[in-house]
Design a protein around this ligand. Structure first.
Ligand SMILES: [Zn+2]
Length: 101
């Protein structure tokens, strides 16, 4: 009897931990982690994980990572992103400073 209870408790803990994993995964992809966390808790962490996995990472997150890596430059004048090889901003013509990083 107590074995069955510990199995159930183990499942519940695993379920919550997996849901937290879904939260982190969704957050990493720029999604609303809380929504997917609740979905995972109520339905299934596996289904929630698959839903997050098949969705593209949000563009803002991709841009932020590219900026961090130095693959993109952000125009100090208008904020438009350009490739790291660009020497001036396309939309506004603002020249970029020479490589500083
Ligand atoms: Zn610009």
């Amino acid at each position: 009897m107590s074995d069955a209870i510990s199995v159930v408790i183990g499942w519940m803990i695993g379920w919550v931990v997996a849901s937290l994993g879904v939260y982190a995964f969704a957050d990493w992809k720029g999604k609303n982690g809380l929504v997917y966390f609740l979905f995972a808790l109520i339905f299934s962490p596996v289904i929630a994980f698959i839903i997050v996995a098949v969705q593209p990472t949000s563009q803002e997150v991709l841009d932020a990572r590219a900026l961090k890596r130095g693959d993109l430059k952000e125009c100090p004048n208008c904020g438009v992103l350009s490739g790291y090889l660009a020497y001036k901003c396309d939309p506004c013509g603002e020249p970029f400073p020479r490589e500083s990083s």
